[in-house]
Design a protein around this ligand. Structure first.
Ligand code: BGC
Length: 767
């Protein structure tokens, strides 16, 4: 199937791409100290340097700063995803942008294939997320790039979404926290982070076409989809990417409410907004709506924007504002003084980064079922059968599309288990599925690896495993009661076989160190550290977006009922709830305490004790319930903390509330408000296991944000009138063609890129 798609698509894609110029990705030449460029190596405040440089720029130079240099080959690479050209006359270096959220993509080799963001989210670990971001930052910089197109802050609204693996799960708070930690990590390495994609970009079907219109009420938009964006803005993110979809009828990259009023006004974002690739669909209206940088080409923001400036449709002040927003972080991050450094040919992966990949994979692995404490495998395990091509040649380390990263080599589940079993003196057998029943019957324990592919550019039809994988699990389980299923999937899948197997471990897309991490968890060298960042429903029919009108239809009328908030509100029992994950030890919660009146700084704390006989970590979670008049879902996650405990050890975890923790969006006043009333708070180990309860009382209703500012002048809401005219297509034919092709591709997808430089394989007969 995949091979035939490649055959069908290859000629079309190649001919399109041949019409483009490749961004070479060479590092910028050193912006040497020169008397002509007093803003370089200057101690003057950034703002002064920006103004100094701006005053010397011609109109052409300003226009060159607000669009990409060429249409690149980012899916076939290796190349940068895009670049702004250098302007040597003014000592402005090239600005190279590279994907993405799971490590350096765009076809580069010599990089570390990190576990997917979903796997990172399952770790519920800020510190790990900062180190994950730092690894992306280091490797992007090592390749000579200046901007990392990461993190992804889109929520998992429907697990069928092609990019589900790239999200940090279904909850705005968890996403906001982990994305902010990544921003700090990336930017700490001197690389600009670009959070993407705003807003309400939750599907691939018909992307970038007018029909892909997310109809979201303002309250849901603010509380759910934009909340993580506000968090990364607060964390100082340098840039933000606007998305392919329309938002309430207006294209996101052309949406003045979203970009001018909310992002730049309400959130106070000072960096630049970049269009997603080929998502610029207007010239004057986009500039006036607050989009600063067109990527990857320049028809809209080149000749057409010049006309707008000349005719007065776009003011010079607007263009100056756009250029300044790009120059400002370039100064702040020292890009004018950087001496080139990395190059696309450099090998940037190293053992430390591989070790980080292993830690994230291991800590994200989420144990969902473990009958009779079958795991961890002990000394009594004499033999293990490893079953399924997903444990060998069909292993998935990384999902598809722009977040795809090529590993030097993936440690397959079979390799990892075989290595570890040898140390334990256990025998290991492999079967690709043909003889599973026999091979499983002969072993003490059977580990069945199954997978499901997910990629940018195409949504999946369902959340079911293939018939082949389902039968493989059933056949194995019939012949061995000690069957453990390892899920190598983007996110939630249905498990009609759940009662027949002894164990289930969600491994997600775990990156290049998969097998090592898996073996270490199975044999108990480390614990399964993960907790679910997304609800696993019993059936797809239970999902909030099961209705076609909602997905991919674009109606967001489930409102605030996203993820567990839906299951709670509708009283639906999930297969496994949000926040859930088993440990090899047990924990108890006691002594909840609340200090404060609900304002920022209020704390909720509780004692967590490891009541088992192994060391282990728990993710303590705080959920808040609003007074009924707020019309919120039954509970919202407002705090979490990972805590490592020795057997018998207790520790107090403390959650500090911020301004928005108890607030809701008041649509009439267009601001966040904390209502007077009692807010039950609950603490525990998952959204459905909350043994401790208390209450925060708020005495007075208080607005906790300024209202969204009104639209600025020169920012008419709506698309460029010319957009609808054939003339617009004729003026920017390449952009228009690409833009339409993206929608077409979403109907059948793109072939998957290679997983690793060294192709993964099944073990040979002699092991
Ligand atoms: C994706 C972005 C990505 C860009 C550049 C687009 O197709 O939506 O997430 O950063 O390509 O590769």
């Amino acid at each position: 199937m995949r091979r035939s798609l490649r055959t069908v698509l290859a000629p079309a894609v190649t001919s399109l791409l041949l019409a483009t110029t490749v961004v070479t990705g060479s590092a910028a030449p050193a912006a040497a100290e020169t008397p002509d460029c007093p803003w370089v190596d200057s101690d003057a405040p950034v703002e002064q340097r920006v103004q100094q440089l701006l005053s010397r720029m011609t109109l052409d130079e300003k226009l060159d700063m607000v669009h990409g240099a060429a249409a690149p080959l980012q899916f076939v690479g290796p190349t940068y995803a895009g670049a702004i050209s250098e302007i040597p006359r003014l000592c402005i270096p090239q600005l190279g942008l590279t994907d993405g959220p799971a490590g350096v993509g765009n076809g580069h080799t010599g990089v570390t294939q990190l576990p997917s963001p979903m796997a990172l989210a399952a770790s519920w670990d800020d510190d790990l997320a900062t180190r994950y971001g730092a690894t992306i930052g280091k490797e992007s910089r090592g390749k000579g790039a200046d901007v990392a197109l990461a993190p992804t802050v889109d929520l998992l609204r429907d697990p069928r979404a092609g990019r589900s693996f790239e999200t940090l799960g279904e909850d705005p708070h968890l996403t906001g926290e982990l994305a902010s930690a990544q921003v700090r990590g990336i930017q700490g390495e001197g690389v600009l982070a670009q959070a993407k994609h705003i807003a309400a970009y939750n599907q691939e079907t018909l992307r970038n076409l007018p029909a892909n219109d997310a109809k979201v009420d303002q309250r849901t938009l603010q509380e759910v989809y934009l909340s993580p964006v506000q968090d990364v803005v607060d964390a100082g993110v340098a840039s933000v990417m606007c998305s392919y979809n329309r938002l309430n009828g207006v294209h996101a990259c052309n949406n003045s409410y979203l970009l001018n009023q909310v992002l730049k006004g309400q959130f106070g974002f000072e960096g630049f907004v970049t269009s997603d690739w080929f998502a610029t669909q207007a010239s004057h209206a986009a500039a006036n709506a607050g989009m600063d940088l067109q990527m990857p080409g320049g028809c809209h923001y080149g000749p057409r924007l010049r006309k707008g400036i000349n005719s007065g449709a776009v003011t010079t002040a607007t263009l100056d504002g756009m250029v300044s927003r790009i120059l400002r972080p370039m100064f702040q991050f020292g890009l004018f003084e950087r001496d080139g450094g990395g190059s696309p040919d450099d090998v940037v992966t190293n053992p430390d980064h591989a070790e980080l990949a292993r830690q994230v994979a291991q800590q994200g692995m989420t144990l969902l079922k473990n009958d009779d404490e079958l795991l961890p495998l002990g000394e009594g395990t004499g033999s293990v059968a490893v079953i399924g091509d997903a444990a060998g040649k069909d292993v998935i380390g990384s999902g598809g599309g722009s977040p795809h990263v090529i590993a030097p080599r993936i440690v397959t589940p079979f390799e990892g288990i075989a290595d570890r079993a040898e140390q334990a003196g256990a025998d290991v057998a492999f079967d690709d599925g043909g003889n599973a029943a026999k091979v499983a019957a002969d072993a003490d324990v059977a580990v069945v690896a199954v997978s499901k592919w997910s990629t940018e550019s195409k949504d999946n039809d369902d959340i079911a495993l293939s018939d082949q994988d389902t039968k493989l699990i059933e056949r194995t389980a019939e012949s061995n009661p000690n069957t453990i299923v390892v899920l190598n999937t983007a996110g939630p899948v249905e498990m009609p076989w759940i009662d027949d197997v002894a164990g289930v471990l969600a491994a997600w897309y775990p990156g290049q160190e998969y097998g090592t991490a898996l073996a270490s968890v199975l044999f108990g060298d480390s614990e399964p550290g993960g907790r679910l960042p997304a609800t696993f429903p019993v059936s797809q029919a239970d999902m909030p977006t099961a209705d076609h009108e909602r997905f991919p239809g674009g109606s967001y009328d489930e409102g605030l009922g996203v993820g567990y908030r839906w299951y709670d509100r509708e009283g639906i029992e999930p297969q496994f709830p949000f926040g859930f994950g088993l440990s090899y030890t047990t924990f108890a919660y006691s002594d909840v305490q609340v200090r404060g009146d609900g304002a920022a700084g209020t704390t909720v704390s509780a004692e967590v004790t490891n009541t088992g006989d192994r060391a282990g970590s728990e993710v303590a979670q705080l959920y808040v319930t609003h007074p009924e008049s707020d019309r919120e879902p039954p509970k919202r996650l407002e705090g979490f903390q990972r805590v490592a405990l020795e057997p018998g050890e207790s520790r107090r975890v403390e959650f500090e509330l911020d301004d928005r923790s108890l607030a809701h969006w008041d649509t009439d006043g267009e601001q966040w408000v904390r209502s007077a009333g009692d807010y039950p708070v609950a603490v525990g180990g998952s959204s459905r296991d909350l043994p401790l309860e208390s209450e925060v009382s708020v005495a007075e209703t208080t607005p906790v944000s300024e209202p969204t500012p009104p639209p600025p002048p020169h920012a008419p809401e709506g698309d460029d009138p010319a957009l609808t005219k054939a003339g617009n297509v004729l003026r920017c034919p390449a952009e228009s063609l690409y833009s339409a092709v993206l929608g077409g591709i979403s109907l059948f997808g793109l072939p998957p890129g290679k997983q690793a430089e060294e192709t993964p394989d099944n073990p040979t007969a002699d092991g």
